[in-house]
Ligand binder design. Structure first.
Ligand code: SGN
Ligand code: CA
Length: 533
């Protein structure tokens, strides 16, 4: 299925159509949905969850640290093997989710801002189509949630321990709640489901803070995997020798960027610059702190006594990082189990589309990194699993290229509502019934654009196109303080080099591929009205 992009998709929607008119106009246009088409929708989205740490995707942690509840969704539904974001960072990803549009169209190109207020979003459209809507957990967009009957969201990035929430009922105030974020958010979502208006279908966005930096596991998970040595990626010590400057100048390495204090919880080694470990400790109850110290105290003493340096220190940092991350994932998986049990117990499993995803991918030490942002596979790609018995083929793998701009059109389509023609994404309904390769006419390339430089982690601006087999990336823009523009190209052969270790842009054997992908990139920029590159 190919989508015809109208001229208005190149314009900020606020200019293309007065937003205030949209819900009513849409309500009037919406066909009366047939009862069987008004599926409930639960969109579960974690923050920074890598596909490498979901056992349904396989990978090096699948046996050591399995995720049985997420895997259950895959077993009973469809796992997308080629799911991607259009800009690998939180607020842009969230804006793309609710608007169905690329960052440059919805305005949220960087982490800190730009979102065009009051522009149409899919929850509003679902409300107009008779749905009850809610968002619980991380929101992060710089405007209060709109289009929701109920919302309860974390302050900014939120905290793991005893976080603060603002809600549609709190009169604009943030209120602190005792407990662990993943559990509180799940409980709150289930409470809303229990009290909902049962005469209407619902759409719930359940958005976790976990497993975002600084990776603080919850009580009950602190000791998990303690005696296990986690496998390393083959490219933990990548030297980037075939690449341009961007990979060399990033600031997101396990070796140099990850701190022993805040990130790896060696309390004795906190410094003033990275003091958010003390901030986290200050939030804890006496009991939470005691449980924490009982585990991390002896662990830290052993680390300090070992006096590690060089590669041994990097290896210790990697182990410590991955174990905390996987502890957090285990509790996410348990909480997803609670949601699936709730659906079973309340007769909702059969008519609820459940989607599990993350706001982007994440590096688990591949290329020596943590964080995201790059168009390289581990951050560009995001986990996506969908279940709707009888509609989404059970136990299937989908190889079609899909992207986070598709969530909004998919949900509107599954609700029997109108999909506005200026949304950039397309509905996955044609994919749901079949496994394997994409149906004829499905998109055969994806456009990606990262804008946030200079900023934390110092990843250079870049855009690019990716087909099933090749990826072309263009790094651009002025350097910080040096006034020198970057204009560098990279090409990866994803079939021969899935870990993207060899940039083959200048290899004459790839000249025809380069020419084809450059033409595709030009066409994407033009079609989507991209002006910055
Ligand atoms: C914080 C993190 C960064 C992270 C950004 C964006 N630093 O600034 O490591 O890249 O958020 O993350 S921290 O020390 O404050 O945790 S995102 O998920 O919101 O895009
Ligand atoms: Ca994120």
């Amino acid at each position: 299925m190919k989508k015809v992009i109208t001229i208005s998709s190149a314009l900020p929607t606020a200019l293309a159509m007065p937003a205030t008119l949209l819900p009513a106009a849409l309500a009037a246009q919406a066909p009366k949905p047939q009862a069987e088409k008004r599926y409930n929708i639960i969109h579960i989205m974690t923050d920074d969850h890598s596909y490498q740490t979901i056992s349904a995707y396989g990978g090096r942690f699948a046996k050591i640290a399995p995720t049985p509840n997420i895997d259950r969704l895959a077993r009973e539904g469809m796992i997308f093997m080629r799911g991607y974001v259009e800009n690998s960072i939180s607020t842009p990803s969230r804006a793309a989710l609710i608007t169905g549009k690329y960052s440059h169209i919805n305005g949220q190109t960087t982490l800190s801002g730009g979102y065009i207020p009051d522009q149409p979003c899919f929850p509003q459209m679902l409300q107009a189509a008779g749905y009850q809507t809610a968002v619980v957990g991380k929101w992060h967009i710089k405007v209060d949630p709109y289009g929701f009957d109920y919302w309860k969201v974390l302050r900014e990035q939120g905290h793991y321990y005893n976080p603060q929430f603002k809600s549609s009922n709190s009169g604009g105030e943030y209120v602190q709640q005792v407990g662990y974020a993943t559990e509180i958010i799940t409980s709150d979502a289930l409470t809303w489901l229990d009290g909902r208006d049962r005469s209407k279908p619902f759409c719930l966005l359940l958005h976790h803070k976990a497993p975002h930096r600084n990776w603080m596991p919850g009580p009950g998970y602190l000791n998990l995997y303690e005696d296990v040595t986690m496998p390393e990626p083959a490219n933990l010590f990548d030297d980037y020798h075939t690449r341009g400057s961007a990979a060399h100048t990033q600031d997101m390495s396990v070796e140099h960027t990850m701190t022993l204090g805040a990130d790896l919880k060696v309390a004795q080694l906190q410094d003033d610059k990275n003091n958010n470990l003390s901030d986290e400790f200050a939030r804890m109850t006496v009991e939470q702190r005691a449980a924490w110290d009982a585990v991390y105290g002896p662990r830290n003493e052993a680390f300090l006594a070992a006096n590690l340096a060089g590669r041994e220190l990097v290896r210790w940092k990697y182990q410590s990082y991955i174990k905390d991350y996987l502890r957090i994932i285990k509790s996410v998986d348990d909480q997803i189990g609670r949601v699936l049990d709730y659906l079973d117990r309340n007769g909702l499993t059969q008519n609820t589309l459940v989607v599990y995803t993350s706001d982007q991918g994440f590096y688990m030490g591949e290329h020596g990194w943590f964080d995201k942002r790059f168009m390289y596979e581990e951050s560009f790609r995001t986990p996506i699993i969908a279940r709707l018995p009888g509609v989404v083929k059970a136990g299937s793998r989908c190889e079609a290229l899909v992207q986070n701009i598709d969530f909004a059109p998919t949900y509107l389509d599954m609700a029997g509502a109108v999909v506005p023609s200026d949304m950039c994404g397309v509905s996955w309904r044609p994919l749901f019934a079949r496994a394997g390769a994409a149906p004829a006419g499905w998109r055969d390339e994806l456009y990606y654009h990262y804008y946030d430089y200079p900023a934390v982690h110092m990843v250079r601006k870049h855009d690019g196109v990716s087909t099933r087999d090749y990826k072309l990336i263009h790094f651009y823009g002025p350097g910080e303080g040096k006034g020198r523009d970057l204009d560098e190209w990279e090409l990866y052969d994803l079939r021969r080099d899935p870990s993207e270790m060899r940039n083959v842009y200048s290899d004459p054997r790839y000249a025809a591929i380069v020419a084809d992908l450059r033409a595709r990139l030009d066409a994407q920029r033009k079609k989507n009205g991209v002006t910055e590159y």
